[in-house]
Design a protein around this ligand. Structure first.
Ligand SMILES: C[S@@+](CC[C@H](N)C(=O)[O-])C[C@H]1O[C@@H](n2cnc3c(N)ncnc32)[C@H](O)[C@@H]1O
Length: 236
C-alpha cells in the first residue's frame, strides 16, 4: 500500500505534467517525423545510448568478472572487464557462430554444466527468449555457489528483431527484481536502472551517445527507465 507521502508525490508529478502541457506548446522541430533519424539503435551514427548504460553497469561490477565466465554471443565484455581475473571464458549462443563454444537453447536445463561458472554475463538477451524464467533457472543452476549473474534488459527501446531472433519482452526494474528473486536470495539481488526522457528519445531516434553530453547521459529519471540491470549472487 503506497504511503500518503508517496501518493502525494505522484499526484504532484501528475499535476506538474498537466500544467506543463497546458502552458508550453511542444516545439517539435525535426522530431515531428514518422521515420526515426536512424534505425538500429543509432549504431551507424555512433555508440547506442543503451550501450553506455550497459558498460557503466559492468564497469561498476567488474570485480565479479573472474574465474570461469559465460557470456552470450561474444567474449567482448569478459575481455573488457575481466582484467586478468578470468581463467576461462565460454561463449553461448543459439547458433554455432564463430567464437561460440556452447551452441544451444538457454531455456534447456541440460545446455550448461551445473555449478560450472563464477560469473554469467547475460546482456541484452532475455528479450529475445520467450521463456525468461527458464533462462534464469538455467543460469542459476550453472553458477557455482557464490557465483554472480550480471544481467541487462531493455525497458524503453524499439522492437527491432535481430535476424533470426524475435523480440518478445521489455522489463521494468520491478519485474526484473521479481524474476531474479524467484531464483536467487532476495538479499543478494540488486537491480538498478538508467535513463531519462532525453536518452529514451535518443535511443528511439537512433541518436548516438556521442551526440549527448555526459551530464545528459548520466541523469536518471525513474519514470523513463531505458536499461534495467541486475546483479544476483547464488546462495552458498
Ligand atoms: C542481440 S545478442 C545479445 C548478446 C550480446 N552479448 C549483447 O550484449 O548484445 C542476442 C543473443 O542471444 C542469443 N540467443 C537468443 N535466443 C537464445 C536462446 N534461446 N538460447 C541461447 N541463446 C539465445 C542469440 O543467439 C544472440 O547471440
Amino acid at each position: 500500500m503506497p504511503s500518503i507521502l508517496a501518493r502525494g508525490a505522484t499526484l504532484l508529478r501528475w499535476l506538474r505534467g498537466r500544467v506543463g502541457r497546458a502552458l508550453t506548446p511542444a516545439r517539435w522541430h525535426e522530431l515531428r517525423r514518422l521515420e526515426p533519424h536512424a534505425r538500429y539503435y543509432g549504431s551507424h551514427r555512433g555508440t547506442p545510448v543503451d550501450r553506455v548504460y550497459i558498460t557503466s553497469f559492468l564497469d561498476q561490477w567488474q570485480n565479479d568478472v573472474r574465474g570461469t565466465v559465460l557470456e552470450v554471443a561474444s567474449d567482448a565484455y569478459t575481455r573488457r572487464f575481466g582484467d586478468g581475473r578470468v581463467e576461462r571464458c565460454e561463449v553461448v549462443s543459439l547458433a554455432p557462430d564463430p567464437g561460440v563454444t556452447i551452441a544451444g537453447d538457454l531455456t534447456s536445463p541440460t545446455l550448461l554444466e551445473p555449478a560450472a561458472f563464477d560469473c554469467i554475463i547475460l546482456t541484452q538477451t532475455l528479450q529475445f527468449i520467450y521463456d525468461t524464467r527458464a533462462v534464469l533457472a538455467t543460469c542459476h543452476a550453472a553458477l557455482k555457489p557464490g557465483g554472480v549473474l550480471l544481467v541487462t534488459v531493455p525497458c524503453i527501446s524499439q522492437s527491432e528483431a535481430v535476424d533470426p531472433l524475435d523480440n518478445f519482452w521489455r522489463y521494468t526494474s520491478l519485474s526484473l527484481h521479481r524474476l531474479l528473486t524467484e531464483r536467487f536470495p532476495a538479499e543478494r539481488v540488486t537491480v538498478q536502472s538508467y535513463g531519462n526522457v532525453l536518452t529514451a528519445v535518443s535511443l528511439l531516434h537512433g541518436i548516438a551517445a556521442e551526440e549527448l553530453t555526459p551530464e545528459e547521459l548520466a541523469h536518471f529519471d525513474r519514470d523513463y527507465e531505458v536499461i534495467v540491470a541486475g546483479r544476483a549472487v547464488k546462495e552458498g
